[in-house]
Design a protein around this ligand. Structure first.
Ligand code: PMV
Length: 329
């Protein structure tokens, strides 16, 4: 017995107030609240075919990303959770999954491919074993693959609370038509330390970790209010504090986590001077050297022109985008 395939589309989730630190190991329950925007300009397309497992243990799942066969261990907890869900929905037998996934942007270069990837994977697998799964269920199960993926399930502006199993939407993708995010990839290389390892090291060794988790809720609230009032300067100011405080905890870890490259600092300095000249540009960063600039429709091209020369890959201009969508083939 073979059922038809399901295709899901998802976009990365860029945190404006950062998630950094797990309250519980293993299941990606966050120690800090995060507030994010879903990015329309970058897309993951994932096709899932489901068939009965040859053995009840679900050993015959397979995953290919951009034509490269993956070790399925990273995906197993998510597949197992979908199998548990399938049982509660009276799905006949034990489903196994064959997955083909493609990103239209570089994978694992700190461009949040895991958020879009796991959101699309959860949406496709759940739709393959049930009719119309709730977004909360998709978000909860996407989180098991990668924390930030639980926010990618929703479009526009999202929030994921400390201790929460799933994210929710604050405002949809049409809320702030003038808002733009410019992604500046300073390297095409993969990040040296995964966010999972980086978070654990920070929690276990950084003397500033506790202060970071205590302060994060205040910055998340400030970030959310800036979104709700469409106040770019207030948003940019809060987002800068959030990423810089996150990095301050990482710099103090042992051994220290330093994701930045010379071009990263060059961009940060130049943006400072642009703000001094009254240009609305504020940066944010994640667990890698890439810089993402928060600006408006009128200044996005200027950012690309200013930094085009020092980038390793072309800059990407994005507006807020939709959440995951699913299509039965
Ligand atoms: O959930 P992960 O493993 O993609 O970690 C995300 C960590 C940051 O990108 C640094 C912050 C965030 O909230 O997305």
């Amino acid at each position: 017995m073979e059922t038809p395939s399901v295709r899901a589309r998802a976009h990365p989730s860029l945190a404006l107030a950062k998630y950094w630190g797990k309250a519980r190991e293993g299941t990606n329950i966050p120690a800090t609240p995060s507030v994010a925007v879903t990015l329309r300009a970058m897309t993951t397309n994932t096709t899932v075919r489901v068939q009965p497992c040859a053995d009840a243990g679900g050993e015959d799942d397979s995953v290919e990303i951009g034509g490269v066969v993956q070790d399925t261990r990273r995906f197993r907890p998510l597949f197992d959770e979908v199998r548990r869900y399938a049982r509660t929905r009276s799905y006949p037998g034990v489903p196994c999954f064959s997955v083909l996934s493609e990103n239209d942007f570089p994978t694992a270069a700190g461009l949040a491919s895991s958020a879009a990837g796991f959101a699309a994977l959860a949406a496709a697998c759940l739709a393959a074993v049930s009719d119309g799964p709730e977004p909360t269920t998709i978000s909860r199960i996407a989180r098991i693959g990668s924390g930030s993926a639980c926010r990618s399930v929703y479009g526009g502006f999202t929030r994921w609370d400390a201790g929460a199993e799933s994210a929710f939407q604050i405002r949809d993708e049409d809320w702030w038509p003038d808002f733009r995010i410019v992604i500046l990839p300073v390297t095409a290389g993969a990040k040296p330390v995964s966010s999972r390892e980086g978070m654990n090291r920070t929690r276990d060794t950084s003397p500033y970790y506790r202060a970071w988790t205590e302060d994060a809720p205040l910055l998340a609230r400030e970030t959310q209010q800036a979104i709700e009032t469409r106040d770019l300067e207030r948003l940019g100011t809060a987002a800068r504090l959030s990423y810089l405080r996150m990095f301050a905890t990482m710099f103090a870890a042992e051994p220290p986590l330093v994701y930045w490259l010379p071009q990263t600092v060059e961009i940060i300095r130049e943006l400072e001077q642009m703000r001094d000249r009254g240009i609305p540009v504020w940066e944010t960063m994640d667990a890698g050297p890439q810089v993402k600039v928060l600006t408006d429709r009128d200044h996005a091209r200027l950012v690309v022109e200013t930094f085009g020369e020092i980038l390793s890959l072309p800059a990407i201009i994005s507006e807020p985008g939709p959440g995951t969508s699913v299509e039965r083939l």
